[in-house]
Design a protein around this ligand. Structure first.
Ligand SMILES: Cc1cc2nc3c(=O)[nH]c(=O)nc-3n(C[C@H](O)[C@H](O)[C@H](O)COP(=O)(O)OP(=O)(O)OC[C@H]3O[C@@H](n4cnc5c(N)ncnc54)[C@H](O)[C@@H]3O)c2cc1C
Length: 482
């Protein structure tokens, strides 16, 4: 178990997302040592994640390596690892990489992090691809492309239909973007590439338990996006609650309680995110701090947890009324927390007299298709080409790294002016690796449990033999201690 003991004020950041990276960069010139711990090696630009499964961008373009972004920041170390526990009384964070555990002490902690939410139906996670990580995006690319390949091969009509039915669960921005892109992929990019598949053979369904598309963006923009998608052939099914997902398809409960099935090979879950288990870990140790239904920490007005003025929770891990789970919220929260840490170093911070965090809503948008998006900035709502162009520019501005901006621009140019997409390669690993790894883990767990059970049984059958062994071990321990 390695322990890092920096001499200066030590800031530990959990996560390399929008919250984590903003914090790290803001501490560049501060008189502190910083450790950024993340379970992923890159900073993922999630707003463009949908372009990876649909073949527009590569994962490298939207997920630059965190340690390369921060390589010049000499006061900072990046540690790869899954944070397993946080001790708010000893001020330590324990992270694990393979079987190596690292305990990192902190003076200030800034934590962020979220994961896909299946709304309590974690068994759903097996068959739909999620839309939260690079692994998810690559798996989905494999599944979309794989569905077309299988449809070309099969001679069974029903199976062919099942393979060519794509269901996106969740009609928020990501669901809208994905449904639009899958439809365009079938209609433009893959048209003519198969001998037995016509673009019209594909069915793309966008469904949601809510009664509207893009609910947070309001009725006008939701309807605008819906009409545009319908024009592209996407079927919108609202008030449709998913009650089961299996290999063959999904089961839906209608508003009137009736159940129906959609047979589909490729399904995507983009119905929401929840805080990582870290939220619960933090809240449990602070008297009076609670989590909300999504597992986010209900923080104090200064984004800290009760009784710990230098433990900040930001981004998708924090619950603050009026602050949406968006990149802007994470970045603004991170900047606010970092400012307080820097002030405290100069002795200018009085936790009891802090100005509360104030979120500035800079607007939101969703891309519907090539040349079409909907956007909301303050009271202004608009859609179409201007919104689409504004979205491209904004995403380019926030994407990290000049090289990434440049190659993304080229990839967009190729996609939008031609029928081609540059990232259509798939591998078997993309499609099978997650399920194979899960099987392997379950197998290992099962084998360990069986071995333990056999051991217990053996012990209960021959208690004398094991008691003798036990006392022997005790002697050895004593000898070792001596
Ligand atoms: C598909 C998708 C599209 C989106 N589109 C938009 C958009 O268009 N506009 C917008 O504003 N917002 C968008 N969002 C939301 C936005 O990306 C999030 O609000 C934002 O990323 C939150 O930042 P964060 O730092 O809290 O979390 P994240 O960016 O999710 O980063 C969390 C980090 O924590 C790490 N982590 C988590 N748990 C642990 C652990 N136990 N140990 C170690 N590390 C851990 C993760 O590896 C990751 O690096 C989108 C989100 C998704 C999923």
């Amino acid at each position: 178990m390695g322990i890092h003991r920096p001499a200066r004020h030590h800031v530990v950041i959990i996560g390399s997302g929008f919250g984590g990276l903003t914090t790290a960069k803001a501490l560049k010139r501060a008189d502190v040592d910083v450790t950024l711990i993340s379970r992923t090696t890159s900073h993922l630009f999630q707003p463009l994640l949908y372009q990876v499964p649909t073949g527009i961008l590569s994962e490298g373009e939207i997920a630059p390596t965190t340690r390369l972004i921060l390589r010049k920041q000499k006061n900072l170390q990046v540690l790869l690892g899954e944070v397993e526990s946080i001790d708010l009384h000893a001020n330590t964070v324990t992270s694990k990489l393979m079987e190596m555990r690292t305990v990192t002490p902190f003076d200030s902690l800034i934590a962020a992090g979220a994961q896909q939410s299946y709304f309590g139906n974690d068994q759903f996670a097996t068959y739909p691809s999620g839309m939260k990580t690079i692994d998810d995006a690559l798996e989905l690319r494999g599944r979309i492309r794989g569905a077309f390949e299988a449809a070309e091969v099969t001679t069974d009509h029903a199976e062919r239909e099942r393979r060519l039915t794509f269901v996106v669960v969740g009609a928020g921005p990501t669901g809208v973007e994905l449904a639009g892109q899958i439809a365009e992929l079938a209609d433009r990019t893959l048209a003519g590439a198969f001998r037995t598949i016509e673009p019209n053979d594909c069915r793309v369904i966008l469904l949601d338990a809510a009664p509207a598309v893009l609910p947070p963006m309001g009725q006008k923009l939701g309807l605008k996006a819906q009409r545009r998608l319908e024009k592209m052939g996407v079927e919108i099914q609202l008030n449709a609650m998913v009650t089961d997902v299996d290999y063959m398809g999904i089961t839906i409960k209608e508003k009137d309680g009736t159940a129906r099935r959609i047979q589909c090979a490729c399904k995507v879950w983009s119905a929401g995110v929840q805080a990582s288990p870290l939220g619960k870990l933090i809240a449990e140790q602070s008297d009076g701090t609670e989590t909300d239904r999504a597992g986010r920490v209900i923080v104090e007005p200064d984004l800290t947890v009760k009784g710990h003025p230098y433990v900040f929770v930001v981004g998708d891990l924090m619950s603050v009324p009026g602050v949406p789970g968006m990149a802007q919220g994470a970045m603004q929260g991170a900047s606010y927390a970092t400012t307080l840490v820097k002030r405290s170093l100069k002795g200018h911070d009085d936790p009891a007299a802090r100005t509360p965090f104030k979120y500035r809503d800079k607007g939101s948008m969703a891309t519907v298709s090539r040349f079409s998006a909907v956007a909301q900035v303050g009271k202004l709502e608009f859609g179409g080409f201007v919104a689409w162009l504004a979205g491209l520019v904004l995403h380019l501005v926030y994407l990290v790294g000049f090289k990434n901006r440049f190659t993304t621009l080229i990839a967009w140019f190729i996609t939008f002016v031609s029928h081609s997409r540059g990232q259509m390669a798939i591998t078997s690993q993309m499609i099978y690796a997650r399920l194979a790894m899960e099987k392997l883990q379950n197998h290992t767990r099962g084998a360990l449990a069986a071995a333990e059970q056999a051991d217990q049984l053996e012990k209960s059958r021959q208690p004398g033999r094991f008691a003798a062994r036990g006392s022997g071990a005790g002697v050895n321990e004593q000898q070792a201690a001596g």
